[in-house]
Design a protein around this ligand. Structure first.
Ligand code: ATP
Ligand code: MG
Length: 183
């Protein structure tokens, strides 16, 4: 699955609706310190289901909502949408029939978090099912951030095994078995 575009609105420093198109195989983001480069990757991990504020460099989850500036009011909600090309049919679950999959997460100031796939309301789990076995997830290996390499090297055997199972494509079967056993 290929990430074609990222659309942010009210997310961290992106007060206005901002769309990043990602053409080609390699895209660089450059800019001065504090201009919001890392916020873009925080946005990607957030949509994929990251639920720990500290992983997004905040204290509470509401810290992802644009909190205003000298000239602008704080935003009432944060919204991020990722549009994936799925023409190779690599997604998990029923959404695999679509050649394009748009995954969106919205958080309002009162703490309501909602997820959408192709504009239909879904659960967080449905979003995770789309990516299970693709290597893409809030903490999966498709996103190598600062500190990820040392996190992998220093991980306990059980944690390392989770990375290997994801790479081998075993994790989605384990998840299905777990669901069946819990029924
Ligand atoms: P560096 O080159 O230092 O790594 P960067 O381009 O990665 O910088 P980021 O860490 O993405 O920068 O952005 C930090 C900026 O985002 C800070 O200026 C911070 O004030 C702003 N920011 C973070 N959260 C919010 C928020 N909720 N509302 C408004 N601005 C925010
Ligand atoms: Mg940075």
């Amino acid at each position: 699955m290929r990430l074609n575009s990222i659309k942010l609105s009210g997310f961290k420093s992106f007060a206005d609706s901002t769309v990043f198109q990602l053409p080609g195989q390699r895209v660089g983001v450059v800019g001065p310190n504090g201009c919001g480069k890392s916020n873009i990757m925080d946005a990607v991990r957030w949509v994929l289901g990251e639920s720990k504020a500290s992983e997004l460099r905040g204290e509470s989850m509401q810290d992802v909502i644009f909190n205003g500036s000298n000239t602008r009011k704080p935003a009432s909600r944060a919204s991020v949408e990722l549009v994936f090309d799925n023409s190779l049919a690599r997604a998990g679950g029923a959404w695999n029939q679509f050649s394009e999959i748009a995954v969106k997460r919205v958080l309002t100031r009162d703490g309501t978090s909602s997820y959408f796939i192709n504009n239909q309301v879904v659960r967080r789990k449905d979003v995770q099912d789309v990516f299970l076995g693709t290597g893409l997830g809030p903490r999966a290996y498709a996103i190598i951030g600062q500190g990820t390499i040392s996190r992998i090297i220093e991980s306990k055997p059980e944690e390392l095994r989770l990375f290997l199972e994801e790479a081998a494509g075993v994790s989605k079967y384990k998840e299905r078995r777990r669901e069946t056993e819990n029924r």
